[in-house]
Design a binder for this molecule. Sequence first.
Ligand code: GLN
Length: 505
Amino acid sequence: MSTELITMSAAQLAEKLAAREISSVEATQAHLNRIADVDGDIHAFLHVSEAALSTAASVDAARGGGAQLGPLAGVPVAIKDVLCTFDMPSTSGSKILEGYIPPYDATVVRKLREANLVPLGKTNMDEFAMGSSTEHSAYGPTKNPWDLERIPGGSGGGSAAAVSAFEAPLALGSDTGGSIRQPAAVTGSVGMKPTYGGVSRYGAIALASSLDQVGPVARSVLDAALLHDVIGGYDPHDATSLTDTWPSFAEAARAGRNGESLKGLRVGVVAELNGEGFQAGVRQRFDEAVALLAKAGAEIVEVAAPSFEYAISAYYLILPAEASSNLAKFDSVRFGLRVTPEGGGTVEEVMAATREAGFGPEVKRRIILGTYALSAGYYDAYYGSAQKVRTLIQRDFSAAFEKADVLVSPAAPTTAFRFGEKLDDPLAMYLNDITTIPANLAGVPGMGLPIGLAPEDGLPVGIQLMAPAREDARLYTVGAGLETLLEEQWGGSLLAQAPALGVER
Ligand code: GLN
């Protein structure tokens, strides 16, 4: 039973909890046991909650007392360490915030608690969400459950690894340039970056405010949708929050499972997000997935997005510029670490010593880049030009969405690479987000979901689906439709093929 408790989907777990076939304490204990068993190898968690079992017990008590609880009540969830939690350290993967416990919860965390989910702990990430491998975490990397010598993606490698190693049925991530979708792709999980403004960022430690979105990581499209339903919606604490009333994403996902929605769906293949530099097995699985959509009645169209070629260049000006400003608040006075030079020092010297000791090399690199791009003489040449490119990318999306209902591309150019392979080459690391960054620059929603294993290395490959802003529900419907077709081929979920890590199936 305990194996079943960790391998079943969040939707199944929720049903059994609602039917009182199992208790939240049992479900939570099974996941804590799993964490104790495998997290020494995986290192998905930076912190495991001491309150998980007592939270679970109070959910059980409420249910026992006849309270009407939400659809995911009693289901455990892991939380990326970029999100503030009042009862657990929140470090964003950085030494500068070591031991920092915020005085409040991020809105999404508050919503999890109000919906009676059970926070299991905080997951590892690249420092301040900068990276594609978790190798930039100040607390050491997370391993990919499919192959412990390989990266789990980044920056949200901890959340993706926790979900794919059955340490948590659900997790929260954040996606500024791909940090939900790319880790999902390389671990065989599902990740969704919502429409910009669809999910509150209040209490998410900001990387680049015009790009950041919080979103769900899960093992199925329906599970991601259920979590999105909990965390989404207007938040007066976030000035960029949309006031829209959103449809039920779970309903959208359930509607997709009969495959009807794929008939006549116009699927746009973005030529610029595939091709040179992409791994052969990634391209093969992607082409097969597109063929499967066509077989189910979708109309496949080629769309051109010529400005996407410049997306990475624009992103690596806009992101560092915003990050350098957001990270200025780590000044040794307000939060976390303070390092005083030997014999004392001025305020400036303490600040410099603290930032020198507290930030890792990638963070320093981006602060320097961003400060330079924003400096008076270069502002127009760099930041200004990048913003113009951003507009061109948004126009490419608008034109593409006239021809297609959803756009598709591989979710990442390669499968999981080995530790160290790209660590000393920032540009090679940056190229991992070539397919995911355009959606952040335009604010449109994007979903990554598994489409098979690459023949050459047996590692998971993901597809990315993108829709116009506010059409998140469409991605859940189409994603669930494609997932159903794939699972018919595989005879179950892709993760059922993962190396067992001691899980009996
Ligand atoms: N890998 C990208 C970066 O390093 C994406 C980061 C993210 O989405 N948080 O910036």
